[in-house]
Design a protein around this ligand. Structure first.
Ligand SMILES: CCCCCCCC(=O)SCCNC(=O)CCNC(=O)[C@H](O)C(C)(C)COP(=O)(O)OP(=O)(O)OC[C@H]1O[C@@H](n2cnc3c(N)ncnc32)[C@H](O)[C@@H]1OP(=O)(O)O
Length: 181
């Protein structure tokens, strides 16, 4: 992934394009975390993902912790945080292969309460690929000891650059149709 250097925030400014999409590469933090639209202004992942990498076996590994701002019950994560971070990290597996995709289905098992502000790990792998569909699974564990806290699996569908333009066109059509009512 070509880059133009690292700014003061540690976020690497991209100058390349995702293979096959024509879309600009998203920026990455010093920890290698690809930033989505909402996190770019902050220069950090708001879900608390600190590091990400692809290991030799093709498994994506993440270091993270649940920020206090996502506390649900006392000292434990809101389930919405757990689902969101699993969606985000599972979707980063195609990204780490230079492929853009969107979540089509996601199933989450909440195995144990997730403590806030504790080091966590997440492993993500592809069970199989069929055409444009990636069948991805992952497991969140407590960093010391490796107790499983949550599991997720789902389907990601690869997209090309027309995805968002197509959406904008579809939305404009919906708005136009309701304005005429
Ligand atoms: C770091 C940067 C990260 C950036 C990536 C972030 C990734 C995410 O956040 S993903 C967000 C959550 N997921 C989504 O928004 C996906 C929404 N769903 C979809 O786009 C589609 O259902 C999708 C692509 C999964 C379906 O794919 P596929 O199964 O191949 O079905 P396909 O036959 O092409 O389309 C199914 C329906 O969706 C519609 N559709 C597909 N793509 C689009 C689109 N871009 N715009 C509008 N409608 C669309 C089709 O027209 C069709 O509609 P209908 O049933 O009425 O004919």
């Amino acid at each position: 992934m070509p880059t133009t250097g690292t700014g003061e925030s540690g976020v690497t400014a991209p100058n390349g394009h995702w293979a096959g999409t024509g879309l600009p590469e998203p920026p990455r933090t010093a920890g290698g975390v690809t930033l989505c639209g909402g996190c770019r202004a902050l220069g950090a992942c708001r879900l608390g993902v600190e590091r990400e990498r692809l290991d030799e076996g093709g498994v994506a590994r993440f270091e993270l912790s649940c920020p206090r701002s996502h506390e649900g019950g006392p000292d434990v994560a809101h389930g919405g945080w757990t689902a969101a971070v699993l969606d985000d990290c599972l979707g980063h597996l195609p990204l780490l292969h230079g492929v853009m995709s969107v979540t089509a289905e996601l199933t989450v098992s909440f195995v144990k309460p997730v403590p806030v502000e504790r080091p966590l790990e997440l492993r993500v792998w592809a069970d199989r690929r069929e055409g444009s569909r990636w069948y991805i699974a992952g497991e969140m564990t407590l960093a010391p000891g490796g107790a499983v806290l949550a599991r997720a699996s789902g389907i990601w569908v690869t997209r090309d650059r027309s995805h968002y333009a197509r959406h904008a066109k579809w939305l404009a059509g919906q708005v136009e149709a309701t304005e005429g009512q």
